[in-house]
Write a protein that binds this ligand. Structure first.
Ligand code: ZN
Length: 511
């Protein structure tokens, strides 16, 4: 038989329960045509690749990511805990950037986390004014749920002492005079869309190339873009990036309810597109920043019902207990009005999920898309900040599994780095960066963690028939790892490197 690529002498972890291990994978065109033993090698002619005993797994599927925010992050000044450890450090970085930037041009910094800053507080406009009085500055929190503007930035945003808190947002004020402190909660996307000039064509291209490299070098071959702001123009932008080959991982694009009518008018339906770019769920952002639900329960119910009736999967962002409950109520509302068996409606994050909500989500057959790497990157913060009443219900990976919520894993990048091995490590060990344990009873096995980052991700976007495991007929999206995660000591998992990334049968990245 003729094949285009035969990977042999490999330790293949297929994610196919009927045949979990193999030694050889043959690819023709963009599909897998054979999964077998090394002795099958003689059956094939074609290019051979000796894997020297290395592990091969299905390409990672990141079930919830924000590609455009990540692109703009990669073009901004990195103020994440790996690069800065104090407000002083942030100031130094801004001084350097200000020297290179024409006056009046925005300086954008990302990734700060006040928990990891020596001063243990959010920077404020005065900290930023001190080092950049002539440039508008935006410093974005790692969570994307807060940002800080300097005085020039606030004035360009038109935010003054008189500005009321917008719906879902909170303008932090100075105690003495009520002046904005510069810290804004829940207003990050508003500022990005309405205040900061959009990235130029050139910047965007540069940013997306960096995103592409970052994903492929991490073995990520499919992503699901969860940005609520996505609309038809973004779909076209993704299509262009795909055509030019600037963005190699396969993209499933969720979008906001505001664009549902437009997609429908254009004859686009759930799953529209192809294996490269596909239309996904209607995404709902739900928060309680201002102390009450935004949107309201009624608005969420009606919006979700609209998407559900239109045949779309619903994906609800819900972090806090109150929002997880509202998500459960909204799904119950949809399904009581229009029952549907295989809806796969999703709760994104589901960070705090007490037993009563676990039961409700189970009874509506919701799926959960979780972020195991948060345990690693934010676990120490959770230990010090999450109240005792909520702590036992944090990121309950094992309970999600046991209750049939079929958890899929994701990075929520740029909120956390996109490298899945750190998430797998955290799902298996439940260890924060400092080594402290976060609910070790919620740990899952290495096999289960791998499944969450591969097959479960494709299930969460109705694509499990075409990818997510190494089986004949599926897309040849594969990753060669430096070591088998099921064989190394748990501590080593997060150090495992990706040696090769293969998308549609083509080696698109190698070390
Ligand atoms: Zn997100």
């Amino acid at each position: 038989m003729r094949a285009d690529l035969i990977l042999y002498n490999a330790n293949v972890l297929t994610m196919n329960r009927r045949r979990p291990r193999a030694e050889l994978v043959a690819v023709k065109g963009d599909k897998i045509v054979w999964v077998g033993r090394d002795t099958d090698l003689e059956l094939f002619t074609g290019k051979r690749l000796d894997c020297k005993g290395r592990a091969i797994i299905p390409g990672f599927n990141d079930a919830h990511i924000h590609l455009m925010s990540y692109a703009s992050n990669l073009l901004s000044i990195d103020c994440s805990p790996v690069s800065v450890s104090s407000i002083k450090d942030i100031q130094t970085k801004i001084i350097q950037q200000a020297a290179l930037t024409p006056r009046g041009t925005w300086i954008k910094c990302t990734g700060y986390d006040e928990f990891h800053l020596a001063e243990h507080r959010h920077p404020n406009r005065h900290d930023l004014d001190e080092v950049a009085p002539h440039h508008p500055v935006k410093l974005t929190h790692r969570s994307l749920h807060a940002c800080v503007l300097n005085s020039l930035g606030l004035s360009q945003a038109g935010i003054t002492v008189e500005t009321p808190d917008p719906p879902g947002g909170l303008i932090d004020r100075e105690l003495e005079n009520g002046e904005p402190s510069g810290v804004l909660y829940g207003m990050n996307s508003y500022i990005n869309e309405n205040v900061i000039p959009p990235l130029s064509e050139n910047e965007l291209e540069r940013g997306v190339k960096l995103v592409n490299q970052s994903l492929l070098s991490s073995g990520v071959t499919s992503v699901q873009d969860a940005s609520v702001r996505n609309h038809f123009e973004q779909w076209r932008a993704f299509a262009r990036l795909k055509e030019r080959g600037d963005l190699v991982p396969r993209v499933c694009m969720m979008f906001g309810l505001h664009s549902l009518a437009e997609f429908k008018e254009r004859g686009m339906f759930y799953g529209y597109g192809d294996a490269e770019l596909r239309l996904g769920a209607v995404k709902f952002a739900l928060d309680e920043v201002s102390g009450k639900l935004n949107p309201s329960q009624e608005e969420l119910n009606e919006g979700a019902l609209q998407a559900h009736r239109a045949g779309f999967q619903v994906a609800i962002h819900a972090v806090e207990e109150g929002t997880v409950e509202a998500a459960a109520i909204a799904l119950e509302y949809c399904l009581s009005r229009l029952p549907k068996l295989d809806h796969r409606h999703r709760v994104e994050h589901c960070s705090v999920c007490p037993p009563r909500l676990l039961r409700r989500l189970k009874s509506v057959k919701a799926l959960v898309v979780t972020q195991p790497a948060f345990i690693y990157y934010s676990g120490d913060r959770y230990l010090s900040e999450v109240p005792d009443t909520q702590f036992p219900w944090l990121y309950r990976t094992k309970s999600f599994r046991k209750n049939g919520l079929k958890p899929a894993a994701s990075s929520d990048c740029p909120v956390a780095p996109c490298n899945p091995v750190v998430g797998i490590y955290a799902a298996v060990t439940r260890k924060a960066e400092s080594g402290q344990l976060i609910l070790p009873d919620e740990a899952v096995s290495v096999e289960e963690a791998l499944r969450m980052y591969t097959l479960a991700g494709t299930y969460a976007s109705f694509e499990e028939r075409s990818k997510g495991s190494i089986e004949v007929g599926k897309l040849a999206d594969l990753v060669v790892l430096g070591a088998d995660p099921t064989e190394v000591a748990p501590e080593q998992i997060k150090e495992i490197c990706v040696e090769k990334t293969i998308v549609g049968g083509k080696v698109v990245w190698e070390r």
